[in-house]
Design a protein around this ligand. Sequence first.
Ligand code: HEM
Length: 469
Amino acid sequence: MATNIAAQRTLPGPATLPLIGGWSTMLKIFSDPCTYSRQLRDTYGDIVAMKRGDPKYVFAFGPEYNFQLLSQPALFEAGKGTILKVPKDTAWSRLQLSNLLSMNGEHHKRHRHLMQPAFHKRQIGLYRDDMAALTERLLERWQALDQINLHAEMQNLTQRITVKTLFGLEDEQKIDQIATLLQQMEASQAWLLLPILIDIPGTPYHRMLRLAEQLENFIRSLITQKRSETESNDVLAALVRAHDEDGVSLTDEELISQTFTLYAAGHMTTSTALTWTIFLLHQHPDIQADLLTELDSKLHGEAPTLESLPQLPLLDGVIKESLRMLPPAPTSMRIAAASCEVGGYTLPKGSTIFFSPFLTHRLPELYENPDRFQPRRWETLSRTPYEYLPFAAGVHRCIGAEFALMEMKVVLAMLLQRYRLALIPDTIVEPKGSNLDPVRGMPMRILPQDRRFERVPVRGNIHHLIEGI
Ligand code: HEM
């Protein structure tokens, strides 16, 4: 009875203009997810409709709803909610064909099972050498530079690491070539937002489709090469070798698409996380000094290995804390496969329900001083997968989580032992967009590691998100 009464209540949420509807809320949440999701929760509570009374798009904030949404994958499905159009029967659509995040049920289970071996701990240990070699190359290049945009440098590095570990390319020129191709593809995706798309030579859309064809052909030729090799340790080689109990493996089309998805999902998130971790360390000189002491004493200038990682608890805490405060996937969503009840409200089949790792990570009942960067809290703190979820939780939990953590540890440990990065004073620092990218980059001076750590004043909305900087 109580449920029925609750189900008839109007879903709280912002009143919106007639034509724009809930899209103004959607735009705000994608452009500044941290500030706006906080405003929504403070104003309306844990369940908020994008448009007051409309159950089609709903936010559900907090660990109980994270649990409800992520532990019932048959009722709350992943994917399908993309706002980008996928042009049919093109190389672009084939690159998107098999995307783990758009699969559900048995289909998802089978693909995930086939891909899992490429991300086993032992396998990730093998990628570590490539991660260290490419980081070393970057640090050598920095010797000739005084100032960098840290975010751009981290994007470039993670992209090269992803290309090398995914495809096993040795040739530097080829790595650059494919990295550039992927970059151009990424940059031109925005055209898919346009209402009408016609494939006419000279248009950006035409160019995007041709880039997709080049990429598809490139991956296809690599697959042929991997089939003839037995020794390669890259992700694509592991996927080519993978087969399930019945001996069935991924088809070439599935391999092409899964490799592309891994690339797309893998490098942007990791580069953003690295940039914010370095920024947070820079703003907390004492923690940075302690971390360097830990790294120097255990690694003596080297990169960590799978064996030495357990001896680096502060490095682990720093990364956990950075992913808590500024998670590169601050919000995500599920789609109701049937009519359901969330927070006492009835939502029809097809409703999109957003959940927020960012907001969960800032709840004072879960984290004392939630807006303070305190990596040592992780020495004693333990949280459930629905209370701490930078990689989400449940069947779609990030398959690359251990890969990303290893990569971040290798890059941070090598970089901090070699250089001291100093932010340019009064830089405007603003995490925005669906990945929480620093919208104005992160300009930093490169100095030898002399341990003269010093916080530099910054401006921007970062002050609303991090206390004590
Ligand atoms: C700090 C870095 C990373 C973060 C914060 C991150 C975050 C996430 C999150 C939150 C999800 C789940 C989204 C949802 O459930 O709606 C996810 C899924 C996924 N991630 Fe990551 N990710 C990172 C790095 C990587 C890397 C390095 C790879 C691959 C090399 C990767 C590949 C994937 C894939 C394939 C999925 C879909 C899994 C599935 O649906 O079964 N990610 N990631």
